[in-house]
Design a protein around this ligand. Structure first.
Ligand SMILES: C[S@@+](CC[C@H](N)C(=O)[O-])C[C@H]1O[C@@H](n2cnc3c(N)ncnc32)[C@H](O)[C@@H]1O
Length: 253
């Protein structure tokens, strides 16, 4: 039986209802929405310290834009985690600081977010285990070798609440195929959202995907954040506004 994420109270799990379409069909002559990026690249003007981080720290950490991605050359045999849409990098930095054996690839097209991430990693002394992809995730996912990622995070992806924008959502079949290819069997995919409609959409897409299995057994598994999963900046803002979040953990089977 599939747990119902809209049921946040104790009690037996019940089937999901009213799930969204997991993704648009590819248009014949256009790049599918799953391959495109609709966000913004820069917000406020960068402060000198942020610009210095981008000029002086980023070049050594940025993954090359072309050619094979030899993760083992960079990280040896460390488990490699991947965070897609890391925002200001607070969660990525926390994972690096609290899980000393891992390496992490942080992916974020918003340059102010990358500068913030670099500031955290420099302060924590974790830059030797960090790689950065300061661009949309889709082309990166195409280049990561098969079964080479040990954990992936998609935390609070943009919900695109209007129906006509649903096709822009990151979580959809085409991107789940990409994640399924790069994740090692047994790897965990963690997702979160504060948006009920996107939660149902995510579940519909993931439960329909043969490579993923939901680990939840009851409501506490999606209403409570595990202790090794810090709140992101976006989640904290939602909580201040009285909005509850949901946490999904899937296994790559
Ligand atoms: C709502 S914010 C959440 C940020 C962060 N995960 C948090 O919880 O604080 C969504 C983030 O995803 C990023 N994003 C949007 N499309 C993306 C894509 N195709 N690849 C990687 N990141 C993307 C945005 O730039 C934005 O920073």
């Amino acid at each position: 039986m599939t747990p119902d994420p809209t049921n946040r109270t104790e009690g037996p799990p019940s089937p999901v209802g009213g799930a969204g379409d997991p993704g648009p069909a590819a248009g014949a002559n256009r790049r599918p929405a799953a391959d495109r990026w609709y966000g913004r690249g820069q917000g406020r003007p960068l402060r000198p310290r942020q610009q210095a981080l981008l000029d002086e720290v980023l070049p050594a950490l940025a993954l090359p834009q072309t050619g094979p991605l030899l993760l083992s050359d960079r990280f040896g045999d460390r488990p490699v985690w991947l965070e897609i849409g890391c925002g200001g990098g607070e969660h990525a930095a926390w994972q690096l600081a609290h899980t000393p054996d891992i390496a992490l690839i942080a992916c974020e097209p918003f340059v102010n977010g990358i500068a913030s991430l670099l500031g955290h990693a420099v302060a924590d002394g974790t830059t030797d285990r960090l790689a950065v992809w300061p661009a949309p995730a889709q082309p990166l996912l195409e280049r990561i070798p098969d079964a080479s990622i040990d954990r992936a995070f998609v935390l609070f992806p943009d919900p695109w609440p209007k129906q006509r924008h649903h096709k822009r959502r990151f979580v959809q079949a085409r991107n789940l195929d990409r994640l399924a290819r790069v994740l090692r069997p047994g790897a965990e995919l963690r997702l979160a959202t504060d948006h009920t409609d996107y939660l149902e959409w995510m579940l519909a897409a993931l439960l329909a995907h043969p490579a993923f299995q939901w680990t939840a057994r009851g409501p506490s598994d999606w209403t409570q954040r595990p202790s090794d999963w810090p709140a992101t900046r976006y989640e904290q803002k939602a909580a201040r506004d009285g909005i509850v979040s949901s946490y999904l953990r899937f296994l790559r089977v």
